[in-house]
Ligand binder design. Structure first.
Ligand code: ADP
Ligand code: MG
Length: 592
């Protein structure tokens, strides 16, 4: 009995689509790359509902002829290679001729395209691999492709999509990876009718600033190096602007974003001794190497690459970054090329200058000021001792019940070990308590509960300006009511700038920007997806960032307070991020 049949194209395309387009961001990547391959100098991306309902890419590139406009949706339809030999000299981002066929198999696609030599363009509509319409149309030179209702015929995939904020996050990441290195092309990203980024063609530095905010201009050092093996151009963060997560770390090889652990290590090694532990630099580095000396594993969704001269490359990159860090930190920072931020230009005719305003706190009285720094720290870290009966969530009744047994600790003498652990004796044995996690738990519980306008805030004598990327600015604006409940007083000032006039008490002013950056990073990041409520994810990030750190010496009374506060928490044994806080060494184990 014969069992084998050839799959129809529509089915084969749907299967291929699973590899190329696993989520909206996959389609975005393919379409942006096609526009680049078509030589576009301006590319506009429009998404609705994080790409679920619409992904539209409009470019001013070469356009397509009437028949190419149909053919491009066939599998293995490509204008980029014609014979096997071409594979070794690829200059384009794509070449497999699979992307559009895959996208058309799982969405409703409308395309308008016109080549410069034609007066009229063509419009094609295709749905689940079937062309349903084509007719001539008047349109701009270039190509506009609208992908609607992605996965409309693949419910399993559709159901696998994460919530919009996550999918949009993936789209933004694809957008950054492409726009950073193609800074000589103008791009924009519009989401649900809002312009998130509008990036004119310009230098790499201008592109970084456009994506992450103008503050980055002061945070980075340039890295430039040219050898026989490689040409390097990019920017690395000044050590003082390192972050606690590996955030903005981008390496590109010959115009493509790549992941290459050894090259990342090379950059990080250059920072040896310059960064606090578990802090990571940001970097945006482009490498150009002879294409014959690399093997990009050009699977459409992979980002790996192999180099012939890997060792040499590693050494060159590390020393180039090292030199950038050393050279600039010693030299006075004077720049002689006039950046355009000083070209303020003439004021409009009817412009009336405004009286400068000073911000001050009318309630400030230096004689009532909080006494010494150490006292401030102590109060704010541990708060007023809060004595309350611990409660526990009872599963059967679904209620919080009072824990009837007496508190399990007596405030014995505490000892701090290795700047991190508090050791104290309980009736059940010797407790070893992680001070960082314990404090994180205490702050988390207090923040989750204490949502009224509270004493836990400090008004700043000098309000501080913070700057964000356009996308982050939008997010911050959305989170303002929550942040207010945790003691922040933040108001918008212009599109990407915010003024902070109050913060949770105990926070250093100098931490503010990085704390908020980290908060947004956590909030967007996958680590926070386990928190079902957004309040919880914000509390968790704040608690982690504001908690006492490893290596901080605690006094006897501080330790006792910390232990007492910890045991007043219903979930004293586990930190909000699920790590163990207390280990008990039982008497019988002590005996051994
Ligand atoms: P590949 O990029 O691997 O060739 P795709 O399926 O992405 O395969 O695209 C198929 C073909 O359609 C391309 O080779 C190109 O000729 C054409 N094409 C796709 N997008 C555009 C565009 N934006 N402008 C001009 N031509 C395009
Ligand atoms: Mg392509």
């Amino acid at each position: 009995m014969d069992l084998i049949s050839i799959l129809p194209d529509s089915v084969a395309n749907q299967i291929a689509a699973g590899e190329v387009v696993d989520r909206p961001a996959g389609a975005v990547k393919e379409m942006l790359e096609n526009s680049l391959d078509a030589g576009a100098t301006q590319i506009d991306l429009v998404v609705k509902d994080a790409g679920r309902t619409l992904i539209q890419v409009i470019d001013n590139g070469s356009g397509m002829s009437d028949s190419d406009a149909r053919l491009c949706f066939e599998r293995h339809a490509t204008s980029k290679i014609h014979r096997a030999d071409d594979l070794f000299a690829i200059q384009t981002m794509g070449f497999r001729g699979e992307a559009l066929a895959s996208i058309a198999a799982i969405a409703q696609v409308e395309m308008r395209t016109r080549q410069p030599e034609n007066d009229l363009g063509t419009e094609v509509r295709i749905e689940g691999s079937t062309i349903v319409d084509q007719h001539p149309t008047a349109c701009k030179q270039g190509t506009s492709i609208s992908v609607k209702n992605l996965f409309f015929n693949v419910p399993a995939r559709r159901n696998f999509l994460k919530k919009d904020s996550v999918e949009l996050g993936h789209i933004e990441e694809v957008f950054r990876r492409i726009t950073l290195i193609h800074h000589d092309v103008g791009f924009s990203l519009n989401s649900n009718g809002k312009m998130l980024y509008n990036l004119p063609a310009g230098s790499l530095m201008a592109r970084i600033a456009g994506l992450y905010g103008d503050v980055y201009k002061e945070r980075l050092y340039a890295v430039d190096e040219e050898t026989d093996i490689v040409k390097i151009h990019g920017f690395v963060s000044k050590p003082e602007y390192s972050r606690k997560t590996r955030g903005e770390q981008y390496i590109f090889v010959n115009g493509r974003f790549i992941k290459h652990p050894a090259l990342s290590t090379a950059v990080e090694r250059a920072y040896t001794d310059l960064l606090p532990e578990r802090c990571y630099p940001s970097y945006f580095i482009g490498l150009s190497v002879d294409p014959a000396k690399i093997d990009i594993n050009i699977h459409p969704t992979k980002t790996e690459v192999k180099f012939v001269d890997e060792h040499a490359l590693f050494a060159i990159l590390r020393s180039a970054v090292k030199r950038a860090l050393g050279q600039f930190s010693l030299a006075t920072e004077l720049s002689f090329d006039t950046p355009n931020e000083f070209n303020i230009g003439p004021a409009p005719k009817d412009y009336r200058p405004q009286q400068p305003r000073t911000h001050y706190n009318p309630d400030y009285n230096p004689f009532h000021a909080r006494a010494t720094q150490s006292q401030i720290k102590f109060d704010s870290l541990y708060g007023t001792p809060e004595r309350e009966t611990p409660t526990m969530f009872e599963e059967q009744t679904g209620k919080d019940v009072t824990v009837s047994s007496a508190p399990i600790f007596s405030t014995g003498t505490c000892m701090q070990v290795q700047g991190r652990y508090i050791v104290t004796s309980l009736s059940s044995g010797l407790a070893v308590i992680d001070q960082c996690r314990a404090h994180e738990r205490i702050l988390f519980d207090r923040m989750c509960k204490n949502t009224s306008e509270s004493s836990d805030r400090q008004t700043l004598m000098f309000p501080i300006q913070c700057q964000f990327s356009p996308a982050d600015a939008e997010l911050i604006a959305e989170l303002l009511p929550e942040l207010k409940r945790y003691g922040f007083e933040i108001s918008p000032m212009g599109q990407c700038t915010f003024v902070v006039s109050a913060t949770p008490s105990g926070m250093e002013d100098s931490q503010l920007q990085s704390l908020l950056d980290q908060l947004l990073c956590d909030y967007k990041g996958s680590t926070m997806q386990k928190y079902s409520r957004r309040d919880d994810s914000l509390c968790a990030s704040l608690a982690r960032q504001l908690s006492v750190k490893e290596g901080v010496q605690l006094s006897q009374s501080e330790m006792q307070q910390l232990v007492a506060d910890l045991f007043a928490c219903p979930m004293a044994e586990m930190s909000p991020s699920g790590k163990r806080i207390i280990t008990i060494v039982k008497p019988e184990e002590l005996l051994k």
